[in-house]
Design a protein around this ligand. Structure first.
Ligand SMILES: [Ca+2]
Length: 270
């Protein structure tokens, strides 16, 4: 198996991985664990003990993930109640340390059923766009997003359903459907969604246009029903942050059912 192609993400993120290319992996070694266990995604701080036997296999003796940095002040965002915008993004803080790294965004999108191309695009686009805004005066090539200050990442040309402090504004939410839901009162078609995006545009706010367009088009693509409607309930779930957990559970159920069917049908010989 060509791990360098299959697991390109840790290959990029983990400098140590470059040393593994020419080696064969022991059968009980799981690189997938490193990808799927969010607590182990801090590649820079993994403690690895390596040794080689006579057949030149690489053995990973232990891995003890520790926090990427000793800066724990961001964790306290979870000590109290999150505001709606913080709830909206907290799903992607996979290890709940108060910081969202690109690989957590990627992992979150994969968990809700997005494919690798969309998840990769979202991780790059979202973290690059929001990192500096939520961390004024700081810069990191890891493009972290601070959950605590996510309200600073709000862009223009949006629906206004979140106010400048990240609070939910019910009147603005209802206004979406009063103004644009003409086919059904409790859902938007793709055309109505586009009308809303155009209606929300502030003049020459190109970054805001792009941000809103990307967010809503991804939502529409992922959550429209079979008739092409994006329901009011789904949109409400996005704003209160509950949609992602629901999608994650749904995706996990589908994967489990697929594996059950595959195994019973002999697709995965064991
Ligand atoms: Ca995190």
């Amino acid at each position: 198996m060509n791990l360098s192609k299959r697991w390109f993400l840790p290959e990029i993120l983990c400098p140590l991985a470059a040393n593994f290319h020419s080696s064969s992996y022991p059968s009980n070694f799981s690189f997938k664990y490193l990808l799927t266990d969010s607590s182990a995604l801090h590649f820079q701080s993994l403690t690895l003990s390596l040794s080689r036997d006579k057949s030149k296999s690489v053995f990973i003796m232990a891995s003890s993930p520790v926090p990427l940095s000793d800066n724990t002040k961001n964790k306290d965002v979870y000590d109290g109640d999150l505001d709606p915008l913080q709830k909206h993004v907290a799903f992607f803080d996979r290890n709940k340390d108060g910081i969202i790294y690109p690989w957590e965004t990627y992992q979150g999108f994969r968990a809700i059923g997005s494919g690798i191309p969309l998840s990769t695009f979202a991780a790059i686009f979202i973290n690059v766009a929001l990192s500096a805004k939520t961390r004024p005066g700081k810069f990191s090539l890891l493009f972290p997003i601070e959950v605590k200050k996510i309200h600073k990442g709000k862009h223009g040309s949006d629906s206004g359903v979140y106010d400048t402090e990240g609070r939910f504004v019910p009147e603005k939410f209802e206004e979406i459907f009063l103004k644009y839901a003409h086919t059904k009162s409790n859902a938007l078609t793709e055309k109505e969604l586009s009308d809303m995006l155009n209606g929300n545009r502030d003049p020459k706010d190109y970054a805001g246009w792009l941000g809103s367009w990307t967010e809503w088009k991804i939502l529409y693509r992922m959550c429209k029903d079979k008739d092409g409607f994006l329901s009011k309930d789904t949109i409400k779930d996005v704003f209160d942050g509950s949609l992602f957990e629901k999608l994650e559970e749904s995706t996990a159920r589908k994967k489990a059912a697929f594996l059950d069917d595959g195994l019973s049908g002999g697709l995965f010989p064991i």
